[in-house]
Design a protein around this ligand. Structure first.
Ligand code: C2E
Ligand code: CA
Ligand code: CA
Ligand code: CA
Length: 278
């Protein structure tokens, strides 16, 4: 009936306006927020399953907006990509992480930290130089920085991506393929990629303990990674059964809420000290 569909339409269009305004606010405020350091980084440990040690971390960005509250990184990163602001965000993240690694080094806590790059970062030929400059500024070895690139970002322009990654690897950085299993890389492309690690997407790991198909997929990815000489990480490990299964399948590294949520630098150190004394 007309009345019903009318009200439907109205609430639909109001929803659109709200979405639109929210996007505008996020886009407008991101630059200033970055310039004023209103964003911050959190760090989630990655556990080496053979040694049981947490020597690697993944850095993830956070933004508490003054009026909108917590904005998920997926949301503002997508917007930054569409508005041409991603290089600024990536540089800010790299600076924050490099400074934090240097502070930890001074305290004799030597971590390797992964930073997430977005698809657009992989189109910038200046990226290796930008990263080299940031490492030099903080007097860091490239060995302490790992770059995570999603499988789909890698496959947008595999030829260009490969060129940039080769340069980064020459500089000594390690490269990890994120969200593996959700993109469409062919084996022949993967074989030629200058990479060090596969990260199995958490959608395959979250219900590993109850979904037989996921077990088959995860086992195949681990074997594929090992046959290509790569280290394999599982993200989204939330329970002990899944961890035991991953260990039985020879997975190299595990990351997830079972061990720790992403933590602020200070909390991470408390977590690390408690975890290491176990
Ligand atoms: P991602 O790189 O795949 O990061 C993993 C996401 O899974 C993170 O969400 C993390 O908090 C979450 N996670 C970790 N362990 C578990 C678990 O056991 N269970 C569940 N359910 N989730 C878990 P987050 O921090 O919201 O980040 C979402 C995405 O935003 C990231 O996915 C990444 O693509 C992007 N992102 C985050 N920080 C950055 C950044 O600094 N730069 C760029 N370019 N992208 C970033
Ligand atoms: Ca990641
Ligand atoms: Ca991921
Ligand atoms: Ca993701």
């Amino acid at each position: 009936d007309a009345k019903h569909s009318g009200s439907h339409l109205k609430s639909y269009s109001t929803g659109m306006d709200e979405q639109h305004l929210r996007r505008l606010a996020i886009l407008q405020d991101l630059r200033t927020a970055l310039l004023n350091d209103r964003l911050y980084m959190v760090y989630q440990p990655k556990i080496d399953l053979r040694s049981g040690k947490a020597t690697h971390l993944e850095a993830l960005v956070r933004w508490e907006h003054d009026t909108l509250g917590f904005i998920p990184p997926d949301e503002f990163i997508t917007l930054a990509e569409h508005s041409g602001n991603i290089a600024m965000l990536t540089d800010w993240v790299l600076h924050q992480v490099a400074a934090q690694i240097a502070r930890w080094n001074e305290q004799h806590h030597v971590f390797c930290v992964s930073v997430n790059l977005s698809a657009q970062d992989l189109t910038d030929h200046q990226l290796p130089a930008r990263i080299a400059a940031i490492l030099a500024e903080h007097a860091l070895s490239s060995r302490q920085l790992v770059l995570e690139i999603t499988e789909s970002a890698l496959m947008e322009d595999p030829v260009e991506a490969r060129r940039i990654l080769e340069e980064l690897r020459r500089q000594g950085l390690h490269i990890s393929i994120d969200d593996f299993g959700t993109g469409y890389s062919s084996l022949s492309q993967l074989r030629h990629m200058p990479i060090d690690e596969l990260k199995i997407d958490k959608s395959f790991i979250l219900k590993l303990d109850s979904q037989f198909e996921d077990v088959m997929i995860v086992r195949s990815i681990i074997d594929l990674g090992h046959n290509l000489g790569l280290s394999v990480t599982a993200e989204g490990v939330e329970n002990l059964q899944s961890l035991a299964m991953l260990e039985a399948m020879n997975c190299d590294v595990a990351q997830g809420f079972l061990f720790a949520r992403p933590l602020k630098a200070q909390e991470l150190l408390f977590w690390f000290q408690a975890f290491s004394s176990k």
